[in-house]
Write a protein that binds this ligand. Structure first.
Ligand SMILES: Nc1nc2c(c(=O)[nH]1)N[C@H]1C(S)=C(S)[C@@H](COP(=O)(O)O)O[C@H]1N2
Ligand SMILES: [Mo]
Length: 534
């Protein structure tokens, strides 16, 4: 027996092999080239087809709900950056490993890189809203990754020395600068690194040239035929700590599953209405914009709010009546569900009767607070239905409306344990004082918001510790589809206290004390805040 069969890594030695560093570098550079190529092609066929992003999006879809909730709670708006960052680290490690297992033979690393590429391909393939062309991006990644890996592997400097002789005669160490192979590899590796940078940057430039942002900027002012009544000055108690009545676009809450904001140019957008209709119809952005535009003040609410949660905001939405568009298509008898699909493949099921109810005022919106919709809020067009939680009504980047039944189609969140119908529950929240605030004893103002779209708020009561309920002062009504602010002055002795609020809506219903979690159809319970006075 010789050292041949007892080499440390169990493979035959005396075969030329790459040094650890060079092997890892070959893997990592192949990955960089693969990602850059995918990014460039994706710039042409749609940014969501970038294999990296598609893998991330699939990861989001496959993540169990509890983990998603944890990520949102822990990382807030950075949850997606954290995901992309962790993916980058995992990929770097795997790419280095692909190199390291290929120190002798190119085969194992090639297999790993190809498997990598296949994961990207499958992820893009599984994104429902992406066309067949989008497969070009992961194919380009896969091909580039494998070719670059094999090429760098071939030109990489290697030592033909057996394991046990390594330390004495490693040519990597001794003849480094003189070895023409080594120089060739360095030039090749440098070329791949620079090339990947240039190609990746090129992809970025191309995608921003085709950018939805430029398209949005070119839209200019939306001419509103029927403006919303002006919001009176006393519609909020912002000075006392409530939100402002209208939420500025850049502070409007955002909830969606999109890893990167879908980039749809208004010129490329259209909305198709089909399914249980008399005639299929398709609207372009200019079709919608050319209709008499209405403006409505609506408070949107997310079902995933815990009691006291932040995901509620109000805007002046500009658009058209969704009902009018549906009537043009002609909704057939037996239709139950308006099944909408967004550019990024998210789906949503809305009761047809809510979409058709003229009193409800469901909209296809193209504007928000005087501007075209911001990209994050659904540019070029989204749905807004007063009185329903966002997950059953507010499809952003909406591209397709299918009129169907509840049995025929299951929307995104329905498949993940959330309820079929999502009427907004009557709720209230205390915004001031903040939890555990230290205040002066005596006069303490408690202020907050209450909502019961589309019924409207009748009264809000507040209680200090276990004292009697006292009725709060309400802000001026704007309409029943919006939140209402409230405030009350309490006389508070020194000590630790708890303030609790509860709202009653215009149907006479007082919100229940019973605490239920947000899943499946919205949290309930009274919000309370602990604070100290001295
Ligand atoms: N395309 C798409 N539309 C979507 C969602 C989504 O994940 N994707 N989330 C919905 C949910 S759960 C809510 S609460 C609202 C939030 O809208 P906003 O981000 O404009 O506040 O959008 C809805 N529309
Ligand atoms: Mo939501």
């Amino acid at each position: 027996m010789s050292a041949d069969v007892t080499a440390v890594d169990g493979t035959q030695d005396r075969k030329p092999r790459l040094s650890v560093l060079v092997a890892a570098l070959v893997g990592v550079l192949a990955l960089a080239a693969a990602l850059a190529a995918g990014h460039l092609v994706a710039a042409f066929v749609g940014l969501n087809s970038s294999p990296y992003l598609a893998v991330g999006n699939s990861a989001i879809d496959l993540t169990p709900t509890w983990l998603k909730d944890y990520a949102v709670r822990t990382f807030g708006v950075y949850d997606k950056l954290v995901l992309l960052g962790s993916m980058a680290v995992v990929m770097l490690v795997l790419a280095a490993v692909a190199g390291l297992v290929s120190r002798r033979s190119v085969v194992p690393g090639t297999v790993i890189i190809a498997l990598f590429g296949l994961v990207g391909l499958v992820a893009v393939f599984n994104r429902p809203a992406l066309g067949q062309l989008s497969l070009l991006a992961p194919v380009a990644s896969l091909g580039t990754g494998v070719l670059v890996f094999r090429w760098l592997h071939r030109i990489a400097p290697r030592s033909a020395v057996a394991e046990h002789e390594n330390t004495e005669t490693d040519p990597d160490v001794e003849t480094a600068s003189a070895d023409p192979n080594r120089r060739r590899f360095l030039v090749g590796a440098g070329g791949v690194a620079v090339g990947a940078g240039v190609v990746g940057l090129g992809g970025q430039l191309v995608s921003s040239a085709r950018d939805a942002g430029a398209s949005r900027a070119a839209i200019g002012e939306l001419a509103v035929a029927e403006p919303a009544p002006p919001v009176p000055a006393d519609a909020d108690f912002a000075k006392l700590g409530t939100p402002s009545f209208i939420t500025p676009n850049n502070s409007f809450y955002r909830v969606d599953t999109a890893l990167i904001v879908p980039q749809v140019r208004a010129e490329d957008w259209s909305l198709r209405i089909h399914g249980m209709v008399d005639r299929e119809v398709t609207f372009t952005f200019d079709d919608i914009r050319g209709r008499p535009l209405i403006e409505r003040t609506i408070t949107m609410t997310c079902v995933s709010n815990e009691v006291g949660g932040p995901y509620i905001s109000t805007a002046n939405f500009i658009g058209v009546d969704l009902r009018d568009l549906l009537l043009e298509a002609g909704v057939r008898d037996g239709a139950e569900q308006l099944f909408s699909t967004s550019e990024d493949g998210w789906t949503c099921g809305t009761p047809v009767e809510a979409a058709l109810d003229p009193d409800r005022g469901a909209m296809l919106a193209i504007g928000m607070n005087g501007e075209p919709l911001p990209l994050e809020h659904g540019f070029p067009a989204r749905m807004v239905v007063p009185g329903l939680y966002g997950y059953v009504s507010a499809t952003k980047w909406v591209r397709d409306l299918e009129i169907t039944t509840w049995d025929a189609r299951n929307a995104y969140w329905l498949d993940r344990g959330w309820g079929e119908r999502g009427p907004i529950k009557t709720m209230s929240r205390i915004d001031s004082p903040k939890g555990f605030a230290n205040l002066g004893a005596g006069r303490v103002v408690v202020a907050g918001i209450a909502w019961a779209q589309p019924t409207g708020i009748e009264k809000v009561e507040v209680r200090l510790d276990d004292g009697p309920w006292q009725e709060a002062e309400l802000s001026t009504v704007v309409n029943d589809d919006t939140w209402r602010m409230w405030q009350i002055e309490l006389d508070v002795p020194p000590g630790s206290h708890k303030a609790t609020a509860r709202a009653t809506d215009r149907s006479g219903y007082t919100q229940t004390e019973e605490r239920v979690p947000a899943v499946p159809d919205g949290a309930t319970g009274w919000h309370s805040v602990l604070f100290n006075t001295a």
